[in-house]
Design a protein around this ligand. Sequence first.
Ligand code: UDP
Length: 239
Amino acid sequence: AGKQARYKRILLKLSGEALMGTEDFGIDPKVLDRMALEIGQLVGIGVQVGLVIGGGNLFRGAALSAAGMDRVTGDHMGMLATVMNALAMRDALERSNIAAVVMSAISMLGVTEHYDRRKAMRHLNGGEVVIFAAGTGNPFFTTDSAACLRGIEVGAQIVLKATKVDGVYTGDPMKDPSAEKYSRLTYDEVLTRKLGVMDLTAICLCRDHHMPLRVFNMNKPGALLSVLLEGNEGTLIEE
Ligand code: UDP
């Protein structure tokens, strides 16, 4: 008999940059296909998957604003970027025969469904992967905050943040070889030690609503499934 998944419903956050693979802009279809397969493995063992994808591989409001653009317009472009990534991910999932739906916080009639919490929960109950696009729908927020918000709204048991590094370290492991990985942290430790796990809004939201968070390396093949079956990848953040 196979192992039991530890969670019935999860919210997985992928950064836009993760979709670039080795490119420096846009989407690498190979990366997309591998992620779709790994997400499909979760669906295969009965896990309900909500997905939030960033847009940093295309546009970020803060960067556009630093280059002279109005910040709110830049954030709108960033949110639209997440919709493009979401459509690409839906396509990759469907090509792997995994049912998926995109629900956007910004109405886009004929292209995506509009975000509706109760409909999202029905899709999740029906085993469809729900991709929450356009972040929170508001400027000055991030898709990390959107992931925590949607996770809390739809009653996910955990928010999983996929990153390039294998969890949260005492320093930057790329620069400091003596940096050590935390296996567990509290929300307050993340805040007081100024560990750049997610932005403050996202961490505070999780803390206030008792939403556990796991940071892990999705570039490591099989890591996602291992989070579900063993619960031992990366760093767990909770009370
Ligand atoms: N964004 C926003 N509101 C949100 C979520 C995202 O305005 O609720 C914009 C913001 O400009 C952000 C961009 O969309 O920089 C892309 O999202 P993010 O930077 O979180 O993507 P990631 O770093 O995960 O790729």
